[in-house]
Design a protein around this ligand. Sequence first.
Ligand SMILES: [Zn+2]
Ligand SMILES: [Zn+2]
Length: 141
Amino acid sequence: MQQTADRIVQQMKSKGLRVTPQRFAVYAHLLARSDHPTAEQISSHLNQDVPTSSQATVYNSLQALREVGLVQEVLLEEGVCRYDANIAPHHHFRCQSCGVIEDIAWEKLQNLEFKGLRSGLQVENYEITVRGYCDCCSPRR
Ligand SMILES: [Zn+2]
Ligand SMILES: [Zn+2]
């Protein structure tokens, strides 16, 4: 999901977000990868280029981006918060061996039946986590 710097700035401004170099760097970085990194991973990656973004700065930028809805938190593991710039509804596949997380397009898992739910519960949306093994980890037989 490569996007030009202009478009990224426009997107941030359209949400009323003040564009700072840190926020820009974090958001552009997140848009360019799809593996749902943690704040630590983002910060260590960004610091390879310019060692100025402390983990706290990265974290604050992530919170600001999340508040305006440009980034979402993905919680698939106990106590581990990952970030996703794909804010369209979608599902996730998580490898139980290496922990890699891949997006599953919404259309792939559509029309689920919720007949089993007790009456009175009204489904508005849902997000599915499929667990298994990725191409690299799939157990050989
Ligand atoms: Zn794997
Ligand atoms: Zn995702």
